[in-house]
Design a protein around this ligand. Sequence first.
Ligand SMILES: Cc1cc2nc3c(=O)[nH]c(=O)nc-3n(C[C@H](O)[C@H](O)[C@H](O)COP(=O)(O)OP(=O)(O)OC[C@H]3O[C@@H](n4cnc5c(N)ncnc54)[C@H](O)[C@@H]3O)c2cc1C
Length: 387
Amino acid sequence: MSSSLNESLGKSVDVAIVGAGITGLSAAWHLSQRGLTVAAFDGTGIGSGATAVQPGGVRQQWGTEVACRMAREAYAFYNEIGERLAPAVDPRLTACGYLFVARGEAELAAQRERLELQHKLGIPSREVTPEEAGELVEGLDTSEVVGGVWCDQDGYFDRPLAVVGAFADAAARDGATFVGRRVERIARDGEGWRLELAGGEVARAGAVVVAAAWDTPKLLGPLGVELPIEREPKYLFYSDPIRERLLEPLVVVPELHFAAKQLADGSVLASDLGGGSRPDEGKEDWHRNVRRAITATLPILEYVSFPVLVEGFYDVTPDRQPVLGAIDGHDGLFVAAGLNGRGLMMAPAIGRVIADGVATGEVEDWMSALSPSRFADGTLTPELQVV
Ligand SMILES: Cc1cc2nc3c(=O)[nH]c(=O)nc-3n(C[C@H](O)[C@H](O)[C@H](O)COP(=O)(O)OP(=O)(O)OC[C@H]3O[C@@H](n4cnc5c(N)ncnc54)[C@H](O)[C@@H]3O)c2cc1C
């Protein structure tokens, strides 16, 4: 995206986007595609937040209608990413499959219920027996496994940052600009909005989309808009690249709060999914939990060591659903934040919904589950299939 501070400050744009992570970039491209003038503002650069850390997972196995529909739309988009965004580097979406393993009947029952919903919405997931799970994932110890669910369309971008670059470049080709400034304050300005930037400059826009992840509440709070979006630390362990292929699908063991996958470069990624909620217990604990889960479920990884620990942050909400759409009572103010660990895989749908909202004021009925007003209304639709 071209960086043109003076140009963007000199005239009012149709839409200002606060935050140039994958969410803001997708919104920028979708809005530019509709012929609107767009400027994206970020003090730390394009794709420098959680977007820089995510390893590229893309799945359609979700537990609520809204998440399934968005995942389905995003998956269809990503399958055509070459034609849609003409990326400079092929991000390579590889369908490795995601296996959710159940070790107890309660987890299996919950998986079956979500499977039913997924099937209604056209997601080609299926239940697998322990034997089938063992065939799908070589090296899985099935002795404690009672079943599981699998979708072979789920997968990974081998080069997730190429997706970020693709949205940024495509938005720039359509005329969007990037301004390397933090937005300190957003305020009403006649019919539109004024953005006060770090350094004292001011920018103006007809509409504003706040896509600033966990920083979003700080910008909206002074306008009287309270959103429960919080920062939650997450940790991924990585091995050094290994030549042997040990684990092609992504395996999730919800009861052990564990997920693992070998990436395209040969490194193995493993995570204690509960790790982020116990920051004071620290790295050794999560490492121990990962080792314990490997021994119990994926002994094939027993001799893999994990010297690299990467810290990142989810922007979480109480119902684990994004906050997306127009903010009531503030004409032309929109939010796209609280991605709860799924920002890359949902980005095409998030950007499309924001562009619809800005351009036409319309959103589909099923999107009401993500409405910014839901916390005040108390109408939450919790998503439980979180990783
Ligand atoms: C360990 C880990 C693993 C993950 N794995 C996956 C995965 O496999 N698949 C997946 O889909 N998702 C995954 N995610 C989640 C994904 O990374 C995020 O949901 C996504 O990157 C969020 O994008 P975003 O643009 O909303 O936020 P961010 O990327 O955090 O971008 C927000 C931007 O806003 C900017 N900003 C904040 N305040 C201001 C301000 N006042 N003015 C201007 N700019 C501001 C920040 O500088 C930042 O660049 C993972 C996340 C983590 C941490």
